[in-house]
Design a protein around this ligand. Structure first.
Ligand code: FES
Ligand code: FES
Length: 250
């Protein structure tokens, strides 16, 4: 079976029209710039919250044009400095060092910026997807301290020094990691929009429970929605990933 590269999984968001037809769960999809409300953090089995009672502010899509140029996204330096966008009037920036996929990233962030926004729009790590942007779908799942969390509901400023793993961090050089490979082998996606989040949820489960039961798999993956209904294949992929991580070939 041909292997896929990181770019397969890290492809960027679908156009809004395509997402509505084939991709992100579209029930009650909010505007990316709702009028300043906060929302309660969704509590789902297998998902731990950061204890936030709401999201402070919303992401400013208007800042997307200030993303890091493509050629600067994957430099091999152990540490890099990323300039933040100038704050709007009345806003303040906080200096934070994020440890993402084993690399230190020093940034200045607005306290209201979510980790999902920083990963995608400030650092160019577009493998982390944004579906609902309010803690319901799991498309944005990353590992923080090895535990799956919703990046859209986690403030970047809170993550000083904590290890963060994104789907890009599961690669082994140019090869897929075992959890990624298992999703390919089991055909565990259709449109693929939820897939990066599903993979990260599975990775978190397998790090804690190397040989999970089907019930454990179902419980863990319940925080990640798949609008395409690929769940049987997703559950099979998690089981296959457990085998691959142990070096099993069958
Ligand atoms: S984008 Fe849906 S939970 Fe984060
Ligand atoms: S939402 Fe399409 S594969 Fe999950």
């Amino acid at each position: 079976m041909p292997k896929r590269t990181a770019s397969t999984f890290a492809r960027d968001d679908l156009p809004a029209s395509a997402a509505g037809a084939t991709g992100a769960p579209h029930h009650d999809i909010p505007s990316r710039e709702p009028p300043g409300e906060t929302r309660e953090l969704a509590h789902r089995p297998g998902r731990q919250s950061e204890g936030l009672t709401g999201v402070v502010g919303r992401l400013r899509v208007a800042q997307a044009e200030q993303t890091i140029p493509l050629g600067q996204r994957h430099e091999s330096l152990a540490e890099c400095q990323v300039d933040a966008a100038p704050p709007a009037e009345g806003e303040r920036l906080s200096k934070v060092t994020l440890v993402i996929n084993g690399r230190q990233r020093q940034l200045q962030v607005e306290p209201r910026w979510s980790l999902a926004y920083v990963l995608r729009e400030r650092l160019g790590l577009s493998g982390t997807k944004v579906g609902c942007d309010r803690g319901e779908c799991g498309a944005c799942t990353v590992l923080i301290d090895g535990v799956p969390r919703y990046a859209c509901m986690t403030l970047a400023v809170e993550l000083e020094g904590k290890p963060i793993t994104t789907v890009e961090g599961l690669m082994r050089g140019e090869e897929l990691g075992p959890t990624q490979q298992a999703f390919v082998e089991e055909d565990a996606y259709q449109c693929g929009y939820c897939t990066c989040g599903q993979i990260m949820a599975a990775e978190g489960l397998l790090r804690a429970t190397p040989t999970p039961s089907l019930d454990e798999i179902r419980k863990q993956m319940s925080g990640n929605l798949c609008r395409c209904g690929a769940y049987p294949h997703i559950f099979a992929a998690v089981g296959r990933a457990a085998e691959l991580r142990k070096g099993g070939a069958s």
